[in-house]
Design a protein around this ligand. Sequence first.
Ligand SMILES: [Zn+2]
Ligand SMILES: [Zn+2]
Length: 140
Amino acid sequence: MTDYAILLKENGLKATFQRMNILDVVEKNGHMSIEAIYDEVSKLHPSLSLATIYKNIILMVEKGVVVEVPVAGKKSKYELSKMDHIHLVCSECGDVEDKPCMDETDKMFQDLTNREHFILNKRQVNLYGVCEKCQVKQAS
Ligand SMILES: [Zn+2]
Ligand SMILES: [Zn+2]
């Protein structure tokens, strides 16, 4: 498990209990909307408001601790910043699945950014479509 206090301090943020709680919830559940994070965190801290959670998440996104995953036509989801990976985002149910980057795509990005004299720091690849579960639902 990640040491959230160290993670926050390394990124220039104070390690408050609220932030550590948010990170704990997000790491356990994977990609979550702010509302879903709020539902979980408020079980432990009923006095926390949605606005406070929201502010903390946005701050942690700015500092690179948390990553925002835009979901087409729905609210963004958030996850702990980790190794670069590819997202399969379902536009029906909003489910986000992690897939490892492939050597081929890595090479493609390197070639492209080298050619453009662009320094690549972080990649986020989101592929939008319909997941297998929703395909089954549509067919029936
Ligand atoms: Zn789906
Ligand atoms: Zn992810």
